[in-house]
Design a protein around this ligand. Structure first.
Ligand code: ZN
Length: 442
């Protein structure tokens, strides 16, 4: 009855909205109930097989989320308490914000920072095509061209990553810390049919139960291997080391709500609470059943597509640190001691990829000479498909919880770990490179 009333209500809303194009269901294959259930079962299966592993000394694995927006940004209403709660339940202990700068606040001075409930918060901004984590306030500072902004921030010990690579594949900025090698929003932008579907309130209503039943699987249905990003990253790393990080681009701003206002009027809102349109309730027999026991201000229907907990869990950047401090975070990101993982599939904590010489261990990001007896070694908490890439080209493949190969050629080596999920190969882990025998200057 409730569902039927909602569908009828939707018909009323649709007639009041500008027409949106019909969507072919086959383009949204991953959002079908059977498919979501299969993915859900596969993820449960991986969880059962997963074994906790200890990282070799001296580093510990801390999961970080970069590129996170809160209510400081015009396109988010995220409260810090909710973001910290979401981070904790996603297994994240470091959140690096990327607010949109604006005149009414100083993102560096007023932005979220310090330890809150065990989570380390680091203020930053999304500006001029970068994720910027400066060591001083940029307010009122003439930041110039992208290269000048980079020089300014890097020159005083800040971090800076090229963001939204899909918009700036041709950029050659000297001295940056690194680049986003995955951006959730860029991945989403490629889903033309999904985007069209989400503009259609009828689709949102019909899909609401699926998003409630499988919030993570439905959110993460957008995941595609970021081939273009990785190709560009590999090219950049041939000129100079670039630390690869993942960008959650989390806003919690996609969804739809119906709210009772002024007695008999119902407001249709987007996920930021912005009014889309208003409907009369008392004259509309379809809406009336929804009003039962509701008072002014109450939601009648609510659907969030991108709650923080799901966007933060989707992908993370794991940092290898001795302690959970800002200095340690800086060191790991400067040196590339990090990897990217789609932890919604399985918690990647403990993953390791290193070069081993006669007496030394060289972590991801290391720049080392090619010596006799050098080998690459890795371990993961699950058996996975390991793909070893040299300068972006596949050179070896194997399956298992561990990986080992001898090194006889110079080059930039990184690994990708893949899992099979409901019949589909999915990218799980992207390591940072180890730079072997290359005169890397940065
Ligand atoms: Zn953003």
């Amino acid at each position: 009855m409730r569902t039927r009333a909602l569908l009828l209500l939707v018909a009323a809303i649709l007639s009041a909205l500008p027409a949106s194009k019909p969507v072919r269901a086959d383009a949204l294959a991953r959002l079908k109930p059977d498919r979501l259930e299969a993915v859900h079962q596969a993820v449960l299966g991986l969880k059962a097989q997963r074994r906790d592993i200890e990282r070799p000394e001296p580093y510990l694995d801390f999961r970080a989320n970069l590129h996170v927006h809160s209510a400081f940004s015009h396109d988010s209403r995220g409260k810090i308490d909710d973001i910290v709660t979401a981070a904790k339940s996603a297994g994240t202990s470091i959140v690096m914000f990327s607010e949109h700068p604006a005149d009414h606040y100083d993102f560096f001075k007023e932005g979220h920072q310090g330890i809150k409930d065990g989570v380390l918060l680091i203020p930053g901004a999304e500006m001029k095509g970068f994720l910027v984590y400066p060591t001083f306030s940029l307010r009122g500072v003439e930041t110039g061209s992208p290269q000048e902004l980079s020089d300014l921030v890097r020159g005083r010990g800040g971090l800076l990553f090229v963001s939204h690579l899909e918009e700036r594949m041709d950029w050659e900025i000297r001295g940056v810390t690194g680049v986003e090698i995955y951006n959730t929003h860029a991945d989403f932008k490629g889903e033309k049919n999904l985007i069209a579907a989400m503009r259609n309130p009828l689709w949102l209503f019909q899909s609401a139960d699926l998003f409630r039943k499988y919030p993570q699987e439905a959110f993460s249905a957008l995941l595609d291997y970021p081939a273009d990003y990785l190709r560009r990253w590999d090219e950049l790393c041939e000129h100079a080391p670039h630390t690869g990080v993942s960008a959650n681009d989390a806003h919690q701003n996609v969804g739809l709500a119906l709210r009772l206002i002024e007695g008999d009027k119902v407001q249709v809102e987007d996920a930021l609470g912005e009014k889309l349109l208003e409907l009369g309730a008392s004259s509309n027999p379809l809406i009336l059943p929804l009003l039962k026991d509701k008072k002014v201000g109450d939601p009648l229907f609510e659907l969030r597509i991108d709650p923080y907990v799901n966007s933060l869990r989707h992908v993370g950047t794991h940092l290898l640190l001795k302690e959970q401090t800002k200095d340690a975070v800086w060191d790991a990101l400067e040196t590339g001691r990090a990897f990217v993982a789609f932890d919604w599939l399985a918690d990647a904590t403990g993953f390791d990829f290193a070069a081993i010489s006669a007496k030394d261990r060289h972590e991801m990001g290391s720049r080392i000479p090619l010596t006799n007896g050098l080998k690459l070694q890795g371990q993961a908490p699950l058996a996975a498909r390991w793909k070893l890439l040299r300068n972006g080209k596949l050179v070896a493949e194997s399956t298992g919880r561990t990986f080992e190969t001898a090194l006889t050629e110079r080059g930039n080596y990184r690994v990708e770990l893949w899992l099979e999920i409901a019949g589909e190969q999915q990218i799980w882990i992207l390591s940072n490179p180890i730079y072997v025998g290359v005169a890397a200057t940065q």
